[in-house]
Design a protein around this ligand. Sequence first.
Ligand code: COA
Length: 260
Amino acid sequence: MNYENILTTTQNGITTITINRPSKLNALNKATIEELHQALDTANTDKNTKVIIVTGSGEKAFVAGADISEFANFSVEKGGKLAAKGQEILFDFVENLSTPVIAAVNGFALGGGLELAMSAHFRVASDNAKMGLPEVSLGVIPGYGGTQRLPQLVGKGRAMELVMTAGMIDASTALNYGLVNHVVTQDELLPLAKKLASKIMRNSSVAIGKAIKAVNANYKDGVNGFSVEIEAFGACFGTEDFKEGTTAFLEKRKADFPGK
Ligand code: COA
């Protein structure tokens, strides 16, 4: 598949999706959001992709936000639709994928960029990364899930401060807040993300997909996460991966999971 705004490569079970508009600091315009949806959907259904890494091209930015030039003259109705559609096809979509998604934050992750990183299942960052939700400085609020996911990750007080000040935090503060799991140099960032992906890949993709669903259930209104966990746990017993995982353990060999 040929894309204009993103690059994708699949190697050794890992699909890396690189947002590729460096002259606009990888800002998310409509076309990029649609291409990301397509690429993520393809990777999620691809049996050879066990982990997805999302990153930005260039040395400066992961994503510097939604493309401001595209929505500057929007009406109330169009603004609402922009957020709803974006959440549906990209941000909620990423969070609910059964294939693990790691965000490798290689520079500015602002507004929609931080929201995209927060939709991923976890984040690693380079030491030059800067993160924030500057929307109120533009007279708008985060609309791609930022007001919900930032407090989930860093707590309400820190989220309120970041949103209200429209400020940026550096990578070490993000690490301290629990917003990112690891900070390394820019050169080490993709190798680290790939190393983590390789560790994930040793395990059952089918079980991991169910674990993602169960963890996410904790954050869904009106959903009982414990019930989702019980159901997903039970369902694992009917999978080939479970048979292989337990048999391999008892036979004292490495499991070779057939699933995904
Ligand atoms: N939407 C559209 N274009 C953007 C963008 C965005 N969110 N962020 C950066 N760009 C564009 C700039 O307009 C500029 O394009 P140009 O060269 O055609 O003028 C290019 O990317 C480079 O950005 P520039 O501002 O010149 O880089 P900088 O190093 O001086 O500043 C930032 C970097 C990230 C601090 C600054 O670009 C910025 O504040 N961006 C907007 C962040 C934001 O508010 N995001 C939330 C959007 S809801």
